[in-house]
Design a protein around this ligand. Structure first.
Ligand SMILES: *[C@@H]1O[C@H](CO)[C@@H](O)[C@H](O)[C@H]1NC(C)=O
Ligand SMILES: *[C@@H]1O[C@H](CO)[C@@H](O)[C@H](O)[C@H]1NC(C)=O
Ligand SMILES: *[C@@H]1O[C@H](CO)[C@@H](O)[C@H](O)[C@H]1NC(C)=O
Ligand SMILES: *[C@@H]1O[C@H](CO)[C@@H](O)[C@H](O)[C@H]1NC(C)=O
Ligand SMILES: *[C@@H]1O[C@H](CO)[C@@H](O)[C@H](O)[C@H]1NC(C)=O
Ligand SMILES: *[C@@H]1O[C@H](CO)[C@@H](O)[C@H](O)[C@H]1NC(C)=O
Length: 927
């Protein structure tokens, strides 16, 4: 280049700079956004309610500088309007979308998401914004849209997000422009998916149809979208097979088919062909099968969620080769065998990548390898509810610096660390080590953990005092369980847990704690001190709450040595839902202030020395479902208001007190009652005929309402979880304690009173009654002929009365009867020869001088040998039919309980004896 040309270039460059300078000055002075577009924006703003003043910059001439507005640098046309609200609900724009937007003819980008257009419809005029390439109307409170026909006019549209916009007409939503690349229609109330032969938008790279109700098989057109990189069909009702054609979508990086109803339920093989997969979620599909070694081919995999399936067998060691894998959730499956084969070899890649490892609720066994301690990025490690064995040492936690949440409870593990161990981690989530043996000393390393939210050290073999530093709990802790150890000593008074900010459940039951009850921190919502050696009066505890505004909902002080009177202080504990003070030495009367506990669901004062009448303020407790004040010295009549005040009462136990008078007829109105125990009192009069109105004892139980309690909610809206209630019942002559009361149990016990008259025949309509005891009264007349109708009966006791007549043959219908006592009456005739009767021994029949035949020694006379003389002949024929049907019935019953056996959550709620029965019956099923 010569000098002159160099000069010219320099001049040109100089001029260009000057011109450019004046142009950009002109941006602000002369060439500004057009008045039409400015007015359009201002009119659009007029339709909006902007309470947080997000649009305060929308003033003046130059609309290109307004918040959320962008213009083309050359033409100054508005091309971009982004009003997405990322600041929380306080800064939501509301109002309506003005059609003035149509003046923004060059608009290519429109984002109105996360605002609140208060239930208005999506305006179809958006279909006239022909230059739109990007449209986001998600989570903006739009009530719905009739049809998506208007979208087909947006011939440049590449991105459309309508999350949470209800699409009324779900037949035409596939009519999208061919330019479309990303489509998000999550939670749009879609119930179908058109099965077109040709779909126009074949360039699609991302499709999200999650959380609709799409009830069809996966349509074939999907597999023409060879460029599809992300597909989310989770949370729908897709059924039929998972198509093998997925293998053609080999660009897929993200695949979510979780929570659908595919059939057959098998883990598809083609997942191993999709070698580009980064994110795979097939959770909640009940899929069977095993994970193959080929999983090692998915070298890009980062996220693997297969929880809630039925996958089995061992985890392949090739899992360890996945160098990008960070998130693994295989919980709630049936994986067996040694869990950590994929970790055995410390050279394995996964050691450097893994952050979440969730394997809880499987059947994994064997030890945990020391290489666990090398996973330095591990944040969540949940392996509870397996059969893992062995000793964990400091090496196992060697490098786990990032660990945030640890749940190893319910295994067979032992923690053996030195008393001055300082773990490398600082947990901020769970610290659950229930059943993990770490005693006898209280673990001092716990001192280093000051931020966890849940602590479970139950059944950990700790036989020590609780150190003072322990009580200063992290402020966000919501659950503390030290129960079932051998913890000794006195609780500090007051019982404060540091600076609690959330409601906290505290379980210290089944230890050796002694001394007086301390005053309690107001943030405790559950206090469980059952089965300790606490003594002294409960008055200081109840009468001096640390703050008036307390959250206590469950109070369990049962099985201690508490004494003194119940004080008149219940008004301080307004949110109580469950009181268990049973098995102490409390005395005095029930104070009337108990009537202020209007949320109370369960009241258990069993086995104390309480006396007096039930105060009428108890009528106030209309939410009560369980009343157990048995084994005290309460007296007076059973109040008639019991029949009106407790519409939800399921359990009423007044056993072993001094109640007198008649059984009030009003009791028959409590149709929800399933357990009525009035035994061992001084009740007189007849057994009310109206008892057949107790419909909960008369109707078959179904499992859908298997939970006894409505899930209680704390005043602050937190879930309280299960009420851990239990009830004692005399069944088959033995007192048993049933925890997790369930609607399946029914019992009626009026034994050891002074009841007279006949057994009302109406009682036989209580078809689902399982235990019936009228023993030790003065009942006369015959056993009701239709006793055999009570098919659920397991335990029946009419002994020690004055009953006469024969044993009704219909008894042989009672195929579950495992305990029978008819001793000491005036029964006569032959004991029927059916197996049903012969399985009981003579003690069930003795004391009836006129009764004869085996198992009694007394032989029958010739004339007596035909059973059921009193019964009409028609009925005895039916009896024999039922005997032969009994086996079939038992098998059907097994089927029902087999289902329960698999449903852990249902089983969890079952009464103990139902479980026993289940086990027994299901042995029969397998035979
Ligand atoms: C417009 O100009 C701004 C500032 O000079 C620049 O950051 C932006 O990228 C330009 N936009 C376009 C579309 O050219
Ligand atoms: C989709 O294709 C069909 C025919 O192949 C055509 O009639 C229709 O207009 C197209 N729709 C769009 C939105 O382009
Ligand atoms: C996975 O890789 C192995 C070894 O390269 C190969 O034999 C196997 O066929 C692959 N599996 C699939 C499903 O591609
Ligand atoms: C899937 O992988 C298997 C095993 O490598 C192979 O035989 C099969 O051809 C693959 N399928 C496709 C469609 O690539
Ligand atoms: C607990 O969390 C707080 C706030 O996140 C943090 O400042 C503190 O260092 C943490 N303490 C421990 C012992 O981890
Ligand atoms: C009964 O409950 C009401 C609130 O529902 C309460 O105001 C009243 O004091 C209670 N009665 C007694 C006797 O506690």
């Amino acid at each position: 280049m010569d000098k002159s040309s160099h000069f010219i270039v320099s001049i040109v460059l100089f001029l260009f700079t000057i011109i450019n300078f004046s142009w950009s000055q002109g941006d602000q002075r002369n060439v500004i956004c057009t008045k039409i577009e400015r007015d359009a924006l201002l009119n659009f703003k007029k339709g909006l309610n902007d309470s947080s003043n997000r649009l305060s910059s929308w003033a003046g001439e130059e609309c290109c500088t307004w918040m959320g507005v962008q213009c083309n640098n050359a033409t100054r046309h508005v091309i971009h309007l982004d009003l997405r609200n990322t600041y929380g609900w306080e800064s939501q724009l509301s109002g309506y979308v003005s059609s003035s937007l149509l003046e923004l003819k060059h608009l290519s980008y429109l984002d109105l998401s996360w605002n609140n257009f208060g239930g208005s419809h999506v305006p179809p005029f958006l279909g006239s914004l022909h230059n739109l390439r990007y449209l986001d109307l998600s989570e903006a409170g739009f009530d719905g849209v009739e049809s998506l026909q208007w979208v087909s006019h947006l011939s440049s549209l590449q991105y459309l997000d309508m999350t949470r916009v209800r699409i009324v007409n779900s037949s035409d939503w596939l009519n999208m422009p061919p330019s479309l690349l990303k489509l998000r229609l999550s939670e749009c109330d879609l119930d179908g998916i058109p099965s077109l032969s040709n779909v126009n938008f074949t360039s699609l790279v991302s499709l999200d149809l999650s959380w609709n109700h799409i009830n069809s098989s996966i349509p074939n057109w999907l597999f023409n979208h060879r460029d599809l990189a992300s597909l989310n069909l989770g949370g729908n009702n897709f059924h039929g097979p998972i198509p093998g054609a997925f293998v053609n979508l080999n660009s897929l990086k993200v695949l979510d088919l979780s929570l659908n109803h595919f059939n057959p339920k098998v883990l598809p093989y083609w997942i191993y062909n999709l070698t580009n997969l980064v994110h795979l979620d097939l959770s909640n599909n009940d899929l069977q099968g095993r994970i193959l070694n080929d999983i090692g081919n998915l070298t890009s995999l980062n996220y693997l969620d297969l929880r809630y399936n039925k996958l089995e067998d061992e985890l392949p060691s090739t899992l360890g080769n996945l160098c990008s894998l960070e998130y693994v959730d295989l919980s709630y499956n049936d994986f067996t065998g040694e869990m950590f084969r994929f970790l055995k070899n410390s050279s394995q890649c996964i050691v450097h990548s893994l952050r979440y490892l969730v394997l809880e609720s499987n059947q994994l066994s064997g030890p945990i390898p020391e290489s666990l301690g090398l996973i330095s990025r591990l944040e969540r490690f949940h392996i509870s509810n397996n059969s893992l064995k062995g000793v964990l040492t400091e090496v196992h936690f060697g490098n786990l610096r990032s660990l945030d949440s640890l749940d190893m409870s319910s295994n067979l593990l032992v923690l053996n660390v030195s008393s001055n161990w300082v773990p490398p981690f600082r947990l901020e989530g769970k610290l659950r080590m229930g059943s993990c043996q770490m005693g006898p000393q209280f673990p001092t390393w716990l001192k280093t953990q000051r931020n966890f939210t849940e602590l479970d050290l139950s059944n950990a073999g700790i036989a020590d005092f609780i150190p003072n530093w322990f009580w200063n709990l992290p402020s966000k802790v919501s659950f503390v369980d030290l129960s079932e150890n051998h913890i000794k000593g006195v609780l500090p008074n007051p019982l404060k847990f540091g600076n609690l900010q959330t409601s906290t459940d505290v379980y210290l039951g089944s230890n050796h704690l002694e001394g007086a009850l301390p005053r309690l921190s107001s943030k405790v919502s559950i206090l469980d001190l059952t089965n300790n050696k606490l003594s002294g009066s409960i008055s200081p505890f109840l009468c001096n709450p640390m703050e008036e505004d307390n959250w206590l909902a469950n109070l369990d002080l049962s099985h201690n040595f508490l004494s003194g009177e119940l004080p008149q202080c219940w008004m301080h504990w307004k949110f109580l839902q469950l009181i268990k003070l049973g098995h102490n030495s409390l005395t005095g009367t029930i104070p009337s202030s108990i009537g202020s506990l209007v949320s109370l669901i369960s009241l258990n004062l069993r086995n104390n020395n309480l006396y007096g009448e039930i105060p009428s303020s108890v009528r106030n407790l209309t939410n009560l479902m369980v009343i157990d004040i048995g084994l005290n010295n309460f007296s007076g009549n059973i109040p008639t208001w019991v029949g009106k005040s407790f519409p939800n009462l399921i359990v009423l136990v007044l056993r072993a007190n001094k109640f007198k008078g008649v059984i009030p007829l009003e009791l028959c109105r409590v149709s929800s009652l399933q357990i009525l125990d009035l035994a061992h009192n001084n009740l007189s009069g007849t057994i009310p005929r109206c008892l057949y109105n107790l419909s909960a004892m008369a109707t078959e139980k179904n499992t859908s309402n298997a939970y006894l309690y409505r899930t209680p909610v704390m005043p602050n809206g937190d879930w309280l979880g299960d009420l851990n209630d239990e009830i004692q019942l005399m069944v088959k002559g033995v007192e048993r304690e049933y925890s997790k009361t369930l609607t399946l149990v029914t019992s009626l016990d009026l034994s050891s009173n002074n009841l007279t008259g006949k057994i009302p025949m109406e009682i036989t309509s209580l078809l689902s009654l399982q235990s019936l005891n009228f023993s030790g009264n003065h009942l006369t007349g015959k056993i009701p002929i239709k006793i055999g109708n009570m098919r659920s009966m397991e335990s029946l006791d009419f002994s020690v009365n004055h009953l006469s007549g024969v044993i009704p043959p219909s008894f042989s219908n009672l195929s579950f009867l495992s305990s029978l006592n008819l001793a000491y009456n005036n029964l006569s005739g032959v004991i029927p020869l059916t197996t049903q009767f012969q399985t009981f021994n003579a003690s069930s029949y003795i004391g009836n001088p006129e009764l004869c035949g085996p198992p009694l020694k007394k032989k029958c006379k010739e004339a007596e040998t035909s059973p059921g003389q009193d019964a009409d002949s028609e009925e005895s024929e039916v009896d024999w039919l039922y005997v032969s049907m009994a086996l079939g019935f038992v098998v059907g019953f097994c089927g029902f309980f087999m289902i329960l056996l698999f449903k852990k959550s249902w089983r969890f709620a079952l009464f103990g004896f139902v479980e026993d029965m289940t086990d027994k019956l299901c042995i029969m099923c397998k035979l």
